[in-house]
Design a protein around this ligand. Sequence first.
Ligand code: 1CP
Length: 355
Amino acid sequence: MTENVTALLSTPSPVSILPKYLRAARGESLETPPVWLMRQAGRYLPEYRAVREQHGFLDVCYTPELACEVTLQPIRRFGFDAAILFSDILLLAIPLGAGLRFDSGHGPVIEKPVRTQQDVANLHDFEPREKLAEVLSAVKLIRAELPADKALIGFAGAPFTVATYLVEGRKPDPFKNTKSLMYADPASFAALMERLTSLTISYLRAQVEAGADALQLFDTWGGILTDEEYRRCNLPYLQRIFSELKDLGVPLTYFVLNGMHLYSASQVGATVYGLDWRMTFEQARARFGEHAALQGNFDPVLLLTDEQTIRRRARKILEDAGTHGHIFNLGHGILPDTPIEHVEALLDEIRGGRA
Ligand code: 1CP
């Protein structure tokens, strides 16, 4: 036997060193599920607030060392199984030419909302590797700093959700301008979706090239559509994204908020589906099939209650989800007023006291 073959045989199989997150995303059965929380880097952490006292939100996103630092903060504190790149779904509004700022207390503001055919035509096409180079450098840095048993999740907003912010100009509810454009000028809306889709594909590919181990697409506002509208105005773009990213060989998660009525969401072609707290695991298995892994779905409001309630409800999710293909997460982002001890209690329950 040659030395090389001997070395190969004595190397542990790749499966055993794969981060737990990636194993669950592939549908493996695990004794306890991997866990991470949407918006796990954020205001509920004193160390995050300390960084934000010194730096604006966009400065953190555009400075790789700062983005890396805040991405790693929750991993250091809680040992989550996955880190999510610290960035935002709306950053691409800047190179698109629509402008973006974050007003404290008001969230994101798009400086030049996109509401007409001309507005859509005026958007700039750009290469994410150039115009979002700082974000990609952050990915590289984070992957280098992150322990090998933790996965790094890259992400983008789903084109429909990004479009709602671009069209409304701020927190989209009640979606007057978005729906008006979609109903009255479907060609311009489709042109906007088309451009966002192409950008999203190249941006997500670039994140994997820079070191992301998995990707998640956030469709926070996909649930405002009827199933029929979703099938016509959202699904084709999502299908294009997931099918064009398939060759990367990384888990692709689709998270839609408030999507109980979206029967056709099962056709997007993701490998992992993120559930909000409204959908049970039984309903999700029936909708997405036995092969898709499921992520979720602890109601973030439960983290504001008390330790006993948190533990009881976490156990219920562990029972309902079963042991294969489950990634424990919240049903939406963690709330800024969440007590740290409640996150610790949740993790202790999920890990069965095994740290
Ligand atoms: O310091 C601060 O107060 C800034 C708050 C903040 C943070 C921490 C914003 C502004 N964005 C982020 C980071 C962020 N955003 C991440 C990475 C960090 C992590 O998850 O740990 C991610 C994945 C997002 C994604 C995002 N941004 C979504 C989709 C997910 C969701 O929560 O529904 C959406 C809709 C946004 C827009 C946005 N950016 C920021 C805010 C406050 C919002 C929401 C505005 C609204 O309510 O409409």
